[in-house]
Design a protein around this ligand. Structure first.
Ligand code: FAD
Ligand code: UQ1
Length: 410
């Protein structure tokens, strides 16, 4: 049986960031990270990989290189939780005890919940930016587009980066214009949601773009089946259950249904929906005060992004410091999240908002306007901020800079 003062479950964005912060707090030898994957991926760049603007190779680094040096890498997945005994058990049977547990297991993709997937991905004309295995298929479908419908889906579940399903539509539109094929394409965005985007300020800007570029948006349309051999996608009308519509496609981009990590299922840590049940301000577990959560696996009622993880990591660092000293958590997470809405190969609308859906913009400009500088931020600056800032536990989100940037401006 192994013991560590701090055990981190998951070596993704939140797990590595917290591993680095906890190493600084309690020393590398007292921290372990449980993560089965050999490789760590910077997922936000997959939006640009799917559009042929970046190489997939640039998105991954060996997990061994992102685990903070000296921190123990337990190369397995967590299988069982015994929070009453302060232990977890891994898939290979190791029992690990802890004083403090940080859960950062991410969100699970469920391609298999769509009839005809994942096998359908063996056919051409279909791709998905949400997984390493399928992201280059998006670019293949776009590159080889000849004539017909380009269809983009958004599932009937919570997702990570809620803007990504439509970013690839704007990029595809731009690509088809650039290559002279736009007049042969009918571009269709079928979303399960009743809105284009959850925050009105940005939704208004996106509706303007959709109209100006002749993109067809169908709300409350949920992808339930793909007949990849026939290039047909079947959607159900969520407002009229039982009614389905078949869309032929020349290109299909699938955003899969998603759900909480299966490891949490049936554990004492989940809420009724299966997500990690944490306090939305302190990130402390609601029943087990020595358990904490960060990122996509939690039930924090905000949009699931790496930007949110950054802001959460700073709050959680502070919360754990207080709890370790038998004090009360004081710093409060406001729900900050951000989504760089890529609207072409040279423009981004940088959405930033909080729990109340109120815009919380970092820069002293109207960020609902398409911006070239923000595209450069997304494509070239963010990767560095991720690998050298967030993952090193040095980037806790733009909060402190927001105030500075606006000094004297308002
Ligand atoms: P992850 O980084 O996904 O890490 C979860 C980890 O847990 C994984 O390494 C996994 O292997 C591990 N794990 C799972 N089960 C177990 C188990 N049983 N035991 C041990 N380990 C386990 N965010 C932005 O801020 N901006 C963007 O522009 C943006 N664009 C995106 C575009 C795409 C196409 C995608 C897919 C995501 C995008 N995101 C973006 C979202 C961002 O990548 C995630 O929100 C972020 O990575 C969440 O971090 P996490 O630590 O919660 O989960
Ligand atoms: C961010 O912090 C972050 O994580 C490192 C992202 O993920 C790649 C983002 O996309 C964004 C927008 C932020 C927020 C950072 C700034 C400077 C607004």
């Amino acid at each position: 049986k192994e013991h560590y003062k701090v055990v981190v479950l998951g070596g993704g964005s939140g797990g590595i960031a917290m591993g680095a912060r906890m190493k600084r707090k309690v020393g590398a030898a007292n921290v372990a990270i449980v993560e089965p994957s050999e490789m760590h991926y910077y997922q936000p760049i997959w939006t640009l990989v799917g559009a042929g603007a970046k190489n997939v190779g640039s998105s991954g680094r060996p997990t061994a290189n992102v685990i903070p040096s000296g921190v123990k890498w337990v190369k397995s997945s967590v299988k069982e939780f015994s929070p009453d005994k302060n232990t977890i058990r891994t898939a290979n049977g190791t029992e690990i005890s802890y004083e403090y547990l940080i859960v950062a297991l991410g969100i699970q993709l469920h391609y298999e919940k769509i009839k005809g997937l994942p096998e359908g991905f063996e056919h051409p004309k279909i791709g998905s930016n949400y997984s390493l295995q399928t992201v280059e298929k998006t670019w293949n479908a776009l590159r080889n587009f000849k004539e017909g419908n380009a269809v983009f889906s958004f599932p009937n579940t919570p997702v990570k980066c809620a803007g990504a399903p439509q970013k690839i539509m704007y990029l595809s539109d731009a690509y088809l214009r650039k290559t002279g094929k736009r007049s042969k394409a009918n571009i269709i965005y079928n979303t399960s949601l009743p809105v284009l985007f959850g925050v009105k300020k940005y939704a208004d800007a996106l509706w303007d773009i959709v109209k100006a570029r002749d993109l067809n948006v169908n709300l409350r349309h949920n992808l339930i089946e793909v007949r990849a051999d026939k290039q047909e996608a079947v959607f159900e009308n969520l407002d009229n259950p039982g009614e389905t519509k078949v869309f032929e496609y020349e290109m299909l981009h699938v955003t899969p249904p998603m759900g909480p990590p299966s490891a949490l299922k049936g554990s004492l840590l989940e809420d009724e929906g299966g997500w990690l049940d944490v306090n939305k301000e302190t990130l402390q577990h609601k029943k087990y005060p020595n358990v904490f959560g960060i990122g996509d696996c939690t039930n924090l009622p905000t949009s699931k992004t790496a930007a949110a993880v950054a802001a959460q990591s700073a709050v959680l660092d502070r919360t754990i410091t207080k709890v370790m000293k038998n004090g009360q958590p004081d710093k409060k997470y406001d729900g900050y999240t951000s989504c760089p809405l890529v609207t072409s190969y040279k423009s981004v609308i940088l959405a930033e908002f909080d729990y109340n859906g109120q815009p919380l913009e970092t820069f002293p400009v109207d960020q609902s306007k398409e911006s070239r500088v923000m595209f450069h931020m997304k494509a070239d600056v963010m990767p560095h901020l991720y690998w050298h800032g967030l993952l090193k536990g040095l980037w806790g989100g733009p909060g402190p800079y927001r105030t500075m940037m606006h000094l004297g401006m308002k």
